[in-house]
Design a protein around this ligand. Structure first.
Ligand code: C6P
Length: 414
């Protein structure tokens, strides 16, 4: 497809069975909680069923034809991930259970081994707890210090302050490519270059960005990158850690057990080569193969078509929502954000708003969205969040805005 051919929304929606099913209250589903998890296409579901019905076995173990077949499928999925993120070598792709596990793997495997007292890890207050708490904990353990890139009033990283916090003691910048609350798209290219100029590493949390646009870990050169399959139209329970080979080779293992060993002696163990060293035990095999199918689906639509559609939805939502009295939208203008909109409505608690939207068939998320430091900074305890995917429609944005208006009437805010 080219950019001049818009997304075939009718056929795309038909690929996602859940979108056509009425809710228990009989209303059609308006699913706007895509930042929490995305729906699955029938192609992904069919692939999962195919594995279980035809060649379910463990990988890298069985000397039988089912084991061979499933291992071939798993390694084909790994190759799809490699290509999808532009990594040089397939061994640099580690399958984990999700972004959270990927961050913990590096915080433990790299941080515990290499962080020294007085070293610094550079964070910021928009990070999800998954890319915050693991660094905080390993810094506490190792006597390292956390520093923070300040945020601007509109929820972007204040790059003018970077020189104050990025120092020769900085060993790693951990940063999200896209905020799960503010929708902010962060300047990863510039951060990667600035990290390199100081001899620091960069860890990119791509959980929210990967479903919306292309990523290439070699341009700019990224040291570590993590994402979750379930936010990319794939199954739950599967995630990816990309790491540059020399870094992964220098790190200690995270989990120990079967599959991650080359030779076990009574008093020591030699670890397996990459990626096995970081894939202890039985990994989420079927989920990884399902993720491969999800990547195939996204590739078949193409990024230009996806981002043109999602950009238009986000613009429509920003325009319509900001015209509703009492609505306050968090985060930057459209040019700096992806398709996530968190908001408050004067006099209505975010949880009440989400419940009322749910009663009208619209699924959104309310709460602190696992970003307590950000909510502390904003002096808010909770926000309501709508997040769009390529299968959402302009009519669903209308439904969201009508439901917000309705909530204002119910809570007598008009
Ligand atoms: N954010 C949300 O509703 P896991 O749970 O490991 O798949 O992903 C963790 C994670 C890491 N980084 C970012 C930027 C995220 O948004 C998330 C998950 C969901 O915002 C669930 S809290």
């Amino acid at each position: 497809m080219s950019a001049t051919q818009p997304l075939d929304i009718i056929s795309v929606r038909q690929d996602f069975p859940i979108l056509g099913k009425p809710l228990p209250n009989g209303l059609p589903l308006v699913y706007l909680d895509n930042a929490a998890t995305t729906q699955k296409s029938r192609q992904v579901i069919a692939k999962i069923v195919e594995v279980y019905e035809n060649y379910n076995a463990n990988v890298h173990r069985g000397i039988h034809s089912l084991g061979d077949r499933v291992t071939t499928e798993l390694e084909a999925a790994r190759e799809k991930v490699r290509e999808f993120i532009g990594a040089r070598e397939v061994e640099e792709i580690i399958f984990t259970s999700g972004t959270t596990a990927s961050v913990n793997l590096v915080a433990q495997g790299w941080g515990r081994k290499f962080l020294q007292p007085g070293d610094e890890v550079l964070l910021n207050e928009m990070e999800h707890h998954a890319n915050f708490v693991p660094w905080q904990q390993v810094a506490l353990e190792r006597g390292a210090k956390l520093r923070f890139i300040p945020l601007t009033h509109d929820g972007r990283l204040d790059m003018t302050a970077l020189d104050d916090v990025l120092t020769d003691r900085t060993k790693l910048i951990a940063v999200t490519a896209m905020s799960n609350v503010l929708g902010t798209i962060n300047p990863i290219r510039e951060l990667a270059a600035r990290a390199k100029s100081r001899g620091a590493l960069i860890f990119v949390d791509a959980a929210q960005s990967v479903p919306h646009g292309p990523v290439n870990v070699c341009d700019p050169e990224i040291d570590f990158l993590a994402f979750s399959g379930h936010k990319l139209y794939g199954p739950t329970g599967i995630g990816v850690l990309y790491g540059r080979r020399p870094l992964l080779e220098s790190m200690g293992p995270f989990l120990c057990g079967g599959n991650m060993i080359r030779r076990v002696f009574k008093d020591r163990t030699d670890f397996a080569d990459l990626p096995g060293k970081f894939e202890a035990g039985t990994i989420p095999i079927v989920q990884a193969i399902g993720l491969g199918a999800a990547i195939g689906y996204v590739n078949s639509l193409g990024w230009e078509v996806i981002s043109t559609h999602e950009h238009a939805l986000t613009q429509q939502a920003l325009d319509q929502m900001s015209a509703i009295p009492g609505v306050q939208i968090l985060g930057p203008s459209l040019e700096h954000r992806g398709s996530i909109i968190s908001f408050t409505v004067e006099g209505i608690h975010p949880h009440d708003m989400a419940e009322l939207l749910d009663s009208r068939g619209t699924a959104v998320r309310a709460g602190h969205h696992c970003t307590m430091p950000l909510h502390d900074l904003l002096k808010l305890t909770a926000t309501t969040r709508a997040s769009f995917a390529f299968y959402n429609t302009p009519a669903e944005v209308d439904a969201l805005c009508e439901a917000i208006q309705y909530a204002r009437k119910v809570f007598r805010r008009t």
